[in-house]
Ligand binder design. Structure first.
Ligand SMILES: [Ca+2]
Ligand SMILES: [Ca+2]
Length: 292
């Protein structure tokens, strides 16, 4: 897990200065008013979330990325344990379908407590499917509150595969704000090839795999294994077994997408799948106050 990381907070000092300015402006008023005003400063932050597929040309695709901002209690999978059959992780990992995880999130304690989730699309790449092509990126802005959205989670399917996906196991690992509400960024989450999970819900036959000969959702040979690090495609650096289908192969549906034997092999040392970059967007009101 040391491969997920982020750099030091560069913004907290400025934010504290802003807080002090606002607090001083309220000193003439009643104490209760000051407390309400200061807490409102801490509660509304604009952030940007940028997803980038880092795999090279003829490399891997990623389905639209499910992202969530929550209180740290939403935990849809654990490495070493099977996922719920037919649940949100299986649907994402096999078909890139986020609807089940979004429904599960909305009904969860984290969702009920004001958690927020979204599906980040990449509409400019492959026609008719908002997937992240190799090298493609997208950025979305969100208004988050340190109280309700302290932690960040994400999930996305690796294409092509039977049930390979990326996402954080520990729902409290990616901390946007500390307990005092201070933004912990700028945050860069690097996802490497050895962080690709196998959902354990479908055999890695490389048949009935998205982009190859999968004809309908939820097909393939069902398994009930634990989530684990993905072994790699057949014939990959880490997995020498079986005839190669994906690596060096060309997709069937949609047709004609080539997957390079090395550039689509996420088990090669240092292979970079994706980067998720989270930044605080400077607040226009803060800037006005700073200039006074
Ligand atoms: Ca977990
Ligand atoms: Ca599998």
């Amino acid at each position: 897990m040391t491969l997920i990381g982020w750099s030091a907070d560069l913004n907290s000092e400025k934010e504290m200065d802003m807080l002090h300015i606002r607090t001083r402006k309220l000193l003439g008023g009643v104490l209760a008013l000051a407390i309400i005003a200061v807490s409102s400063v801490a509660q509304a932050e604009e952030i940007s979330v940028s997803i980038k597929n880092l795999s090279k040309r003829d490399g891997l695709y990623l389905t639209p990325v499910w992202v969530a901002f929550h209180d740290g209690t939403f935990d849809p999978f654990d490495v070493g344990s099977p996922v719920m059959p037919g649940g949100g992780v299986e649907r994402i990992a096999e078909d890139g379908d986020a609807s089940a995880v979004m429904a599960g999130f909305a009904a969860s304690p984290a969702g009920m407590a004001g958690g927020m989730d979204d599906l980040i699309l990449a509409p400019n790449g492959f026609p008719d499917a908002p997937v992240f092509d190799p090298r493609e990126g997208a950025t979305v802005a969100y208004t988050v509150s340190p109280d309700q959205h302290r932690y960040f989670s994400f999930l996305s399917m690796v294409i092509p595969s039977n049930d390979a996906f990326i996402g954080n196991d520990d729902p409290m690992h990616l901390e946007l704000f500390d307990a005092e509400g201070t933004f912990q960024g700028p945050i860069d989450i690097m996802v490497y090839g050895d962080m690709v999970h196998d959902a354990g819900t479908e055999a890695n036959t490389e048949m009935d795999a998205a982009f190859f000969d999968q004809t309908a959702p939820d097909t393939g040979m069902t398994t009930a294994d634990s989530v684990q690090q993905h072994e790699g495609f057949a014939g990959s650096f880490a997995n020498h077994t079986g005839p190669r289908t994906i690596l060096g192969g060309t997709s069937v549906a949609p047709p004609g997408i080539f997957f390079h034997r090395k550039r689509a092999d996420f088990t090669r040392p240092g292979y970079r799948i994706a980067r998720i970059r989270i930044r605080l967007i400077p607040n226009a009101a803060d800037n006005d106050q700073g200039q006074e």
